[in-house]
Design a protein around this ligand. Structure first.
Ligand code: PEP
Ligand code: MN
Length: 283
């Protein structure tokens, strides 16, 4: 275990704040005993697609809708998202379904616009150390969902959160989404051991994204339940009503029926943990 000096992340550290922090996103509490499920398609594609997906998310019992209007893509030739039109569609489906919206800001140029429409602003893995974006997030009026960088250590992850906290925004939710390792059976390696490690060092809530971590639809249900068993405060899951037609990340998008099952199994695991006499390890 590397030695970490909690003074370096004074605001994110449990020394600063002994109790678990809870972050309110559009009336949904992230960080409490009830695990929160954020779900939706990778991208907003059409009015019909996002409404159908949002209705499936609501029907499943999941708590927040997550979908991208601005997408960080590896290739400049890939679909980059609908931009402002996508944000407007998200605002419309929030009206229709009552679900709060989590959506990504990929740069400082478009942050103001994303902030205007979103209930929670995601900062993606590739931007975890984009310090100007983190500073802007620190001045945001919205909660920030900060994803772990693909090669980020725990210390780097907590220091990225510290940028947002130090900027004056106390509402940060961490998200483990897999890291790059030698393993090639999976898109990345879902590092569930970071969950108890974060909980030991920090008061911030941590959720897990098994979709981007594995890249494989049928790996998502079991990794979701494992994440909750490991103590995660919630999940970020990609779901699409027609995964085979998805413009981005179709192979990892689960079907609505799979999401329903995950939401109900998540509640069962949380109930077992609440009764369990076995202490959760804080490694
Ligand atoms: C996403 O959430 O759609 C995404 C691109 O994830 P990540 O930043 O974790 O790769
Ligand atoms: Mn995606």
């Amino acid at each position: 275990m590397p030695i970490m000096n909690p003074e370096e992340f004074a605001l994110a550290s449990r020394r600063a704040h002994q109790a678990d922090s809870v972050v309110d996103v559009y009336g949904v509490t992230v960080g409490g005993l009830r695990p929160v499920v954020c779900a939706g398609p990778c991208s907003v594609e059409t009015p019909e697609q996002i409404l159908a997906c949002a209705e499936a998310v609501r029907k499943s019992g999941a708590h927040l809708l997550r979908a991208g209007a601005y997408k960080p893509r590896t290739s400049p030739y890939s679909f980059q998202g609908l931009g402002e039109r996508g944000l407007k569609l998200l605002a419309e489906v929030r009206e229709e379904t009552g679900l709060g919206i989590v959506t990504e800001a990929v740069d400082t140029d478009t942050f103001d616009l994303v902030e205007e429409y979103a209930d929670c602003v995601q900062i993606g893995a590739r931007n975890m150390q984009n310090f100007s974006l983190l500073r802007r997030a620190g001045r945001s009026v919205r909660p920030i969902l900060l994803k772990r960088g693909l090669c980020a250590t725990l210390q780097e992850f907590l220091l990225a959160a510290e940028y947002v906290l130090a900027g004056g925004n106390p509402r940060v939710i961490l998200c483990e989404r897999g890291v790059r390792t030698f393993a090639d059976h999976s898109r990345t390696t879902l590092d569930l051991s970071i969950v108890p490690a974060v909980k030991r060092l920090s008061h911030l809530p941590i959720i897990v994204d098994p979709s981007h971590a594995t890249g494989v639809r049928d790996a998502v249900p079991s990794m979701s339940l494992a994440a909750i068993a490991a103590g995660a405060h919630g999940l970020l899951i990609e779901m699409h009503v027609q995964p085979n037609q998805a413009l981005t990340d179709g192979p990892q998008a689960i079907y609505p029926s799979q999401l329903e099952r995950i939401v109900s199994d998540t509640a069962s695991i949380a109930a077992i943990l609440a009764q369990s006499k076995v202490p959760q390890p804080l490694i």
